[in-house]
Design a protein around this ligand. Structure first.
Ligand code: MG
Length: 254
């Protein structure tokens, strides 16, 4: 992951490095281990925050341009009036995606990471200070478009959903195994383009996923035409319902 590019150290966690390793020549492996431990601690705190508000948190990951924001827009349209949603957006720069979500009438907070190619739990924690979760059923966290680093940082989400667009290679799961092993659900997006793509075979993409010993469901869909969207919405609504019933069960036992 980020040992070579150095992106593990972000604006939001760099203070941890200075606090725990004030001297020059600190061993890089120790710094990395400390940062990931601090990240996991913060992620647990974030998850407790989502749980306290009975909100399902879904981390959307993919390469850039696979259709994460478009999927969020289509999901908002489909579930409007049934579920209350909120969105945390992650990009290196711009408010563009948050503005697209707000245009749909849904609260969104944009994280701009600067140079960091992933979100971390500290960034999400800061974002949660800007999002009121009372009454929110589902929180989408749209990670930075990248098939490598985002898979290594727990944000406090309940589920990881990884998108693979038909415009990418069907061998992406083989090339980026850490990302696809981390996925609880894989969405094969932009399938409306399959008729004009002669080098993407959905069966090969699924075989590459199964070769990783992943049992994650794979749902082909097009947010543009709506084909396959129902399967994704079913998965999402079942997940949100389970979270609610889990919480009410816990409340009964308390
Ligand atoms: Mg986006």
């Amino acid at each position: 992951m980020c040992e070579t590019c150095g992106c593990t150290i972000t604006l939001d966690n760099r203070n941890l490095v200075h606090l725990s390793h004030p001297h020059e020549g600190t061993d890089a492996v120790t710094v990395l281990a400390d940062l990931l431990a601090a990240n996991d601690h913060q992620a647990q705190h974030n998850r407790a925050h989502f749980d306290a508000h009975r909100a399902l948190a879904v981390n959307l990951m993919s390469s850039p341009g696979a259709g994460k924001t478009r999927l969020i827009e289509a999901t908002i349209d489909a579930l409007r009036g049934k579920y209350t949603m909120a969105v945390i957006e992650g990009d290196l720069e711009t408010e563009n995606d948050a503005e697209r979500v707000r245009a749909k009438g849904v609260v969104a907070h944009q994280i701009t990471t600067g140079t960091a190619c992933h979100l971390d739990a500290h960034m999400v924690h800061d974002a949660l200070h800007h999002l009121a979760l009372d009454g929110v059923d589902i929180v989408f966290i749209e990670n930075v478009g990248n098939l490598i680093c985002p898979a290594s940082f727990d944000l406090g989400q309940h589920w990881n959903v990884t998108l693979l667009a038909a415009t990418e290679g069907d061998d992406k799961p083989a090339k980026y195994p850490v990302m696809f092993r981390a996925a609880d659900l894989v969405l094969l997006t932009k399938i409306d383009l399959l008729p004009v793509l002669d080098d993407f075979e959905p069966a090969r993409a699924e075989a590459a996923l199964r070769n990783l010993a992943s049992r994650a469901p794979l749902i082909p869909l097009s947010a543009k035409t709506g084909h396959g969207l129902d399967a994704w919405l079913d998965w999402l609504q079942r997940s949100a319902s389970r979270r609610r019933s889990h919480d009410s069960e816990r409340a009964r036992m308390a």
